[in-house]
Design a protein around this ligand. Structure first.
Ligand code: TXA
Ligand code: MG
Length: 307
């Protein structure tokens, strides 16, 4: 059952988020489907609710610059853009701090994080009341258009999320503009903040991330984290030189995605376990994962990692 919360019920919405639940809330751009970004299983539920067939990294929403700086490493350009456009419809991709505390599912194992401070005051109040960074993709089922009213969210996600807090219709109605500032400054997605405004602020032109090796955003992302070690899928056990990533009850796993065979737990552990095993410098054998529910996205990710 999905609760419809009136805009005043911020504390109730925050309590649901703190308990690992999913709450859709308006920002100035579109409604976001929020979860505690430090809670891997809560983040896994986002992918489950949206029916996303793959783990696209998610934008982290914070209420202020101090919180953003606990998560990402800012350079001069990032400081300049944040001063000019935050709070607002601009998402910055920046290097992730190792001490961020974010679930690795939020960044899909990438070394960079997408972060923004929404302009809608009610959204910032909700984040402040939750006292956690909030991971939130647009609050629509995968492959459908973004929601700009609470009714849109209900039409798409009723029964699959815990609550929608109705902050009214979104003013901008377009997703945020995404700019990568982690290396060369490139536009990863057009959105609510015009590129001209960014170029005017920086005093120079900004290129689109269009060549294949530069593509870094929406669905076009090819540069997902790829382990250095070879990966062998659907392995019932490891060969002597391999480490073994297990799923379900097994005694000989080096690490287990979920001893209980729970796909949500497995999703929450996926990237962190891959990183840990990759650091061992041995080929990785991976147990079969059923391709149902979140298992489809887990297998999509593992297949790419093995390619
Ligand atoms: O306006 C918005 O941006 C809305 C509201 C809710 O804030 N959010 C939104 O999220 O549009 P979503 O998930 O629908 O789109 C975010 C895009 C994804 O396509 C993803 O590829 C990209 O941002 N992204 C997120 N984290 C990234 C990262 N670490 N590196 C590169 N791209 C990233
Ligand atoms: Mg979206």
């Amino acid at each position: 059952m999905t609760q419809r919360l009136d805009a005043k019920k911020i504390d109730q919405a925050a309590a649901i988020l703190r308990a690992g639940g999913l709450v859709a809330f308006a920002t100035e751009t579109v409604y976001g489907l929020g979860a505690d970004a430090t809670d891997g299983e809560a983040v896994a539920r986002i992918y489950e609710a949206k029916g996303r067939p793959s783990f696209n990294p998610l934008i982290v929403h914070v209420a202020g610059l101090a919180a953003a700086k606990e998560i990402a490493v800012f350079n001069d350009v990032a400081d300049q853009l944040a001063a000019a456009f935050w709070p607002g419809p601009l998402t910055l991709i920046l290097p992730l701090k190792p001490t961020s505390g974010l679930s690795s599912l939020v960044t899909a194992g990438l070394p960079n994080v997408a972060i923004r401070i929404p302009a809608l005051q009610a959204a910032r109040r909700l984040i402040t009341a939750t006292d956690r960074p909030i991971a939130a993709p647009s609050a629509n089922p995968s492959g459908r258009v973004s929601a700009t009213t609470a009714d849109h969210v209900f039409a798409g996600l009723e029964g699959r999320i815990d609550a929608v807090i109705d902050f009214g219709p979104c003013e901008v109605g377009l997703e945020s503009t995404i700019l990568s500032v982690a290396g060369d400054i490139t536009l990863a997605r057009e959105g609510g903040l015009p590129l001209e405004a960014i170029e005017h602020c920086l005093g120079r032109p900004v290129s689109h991330a269009t060549t294949p090796d530069k593509q870094i955003s929406p669905g076009q992302m090819l540069s997902h984290y790829a382990p250095k070690s070879p990966i062998r899928l659907n392995a019932t056990r490891a060969n002597p030189h391999e480490s073994f990533l297990g799923f379900g009850p097994t005694t000989d796993a080096t690490l287990n995605l979920s001893p209980a065979g729970d796909l949500r737990e497995a999703a929450a552990n996926l990237f962190a376990h891959l990183h840990t095993l990759d650091a061992l410098g041995k080929p990785i054998a991976v147990a079969p994962i059923p391709s149902i529910g979140l298992g489809a996205a887990i297998n999509d990710r593992l297949t790419r990692a093995a390619a």
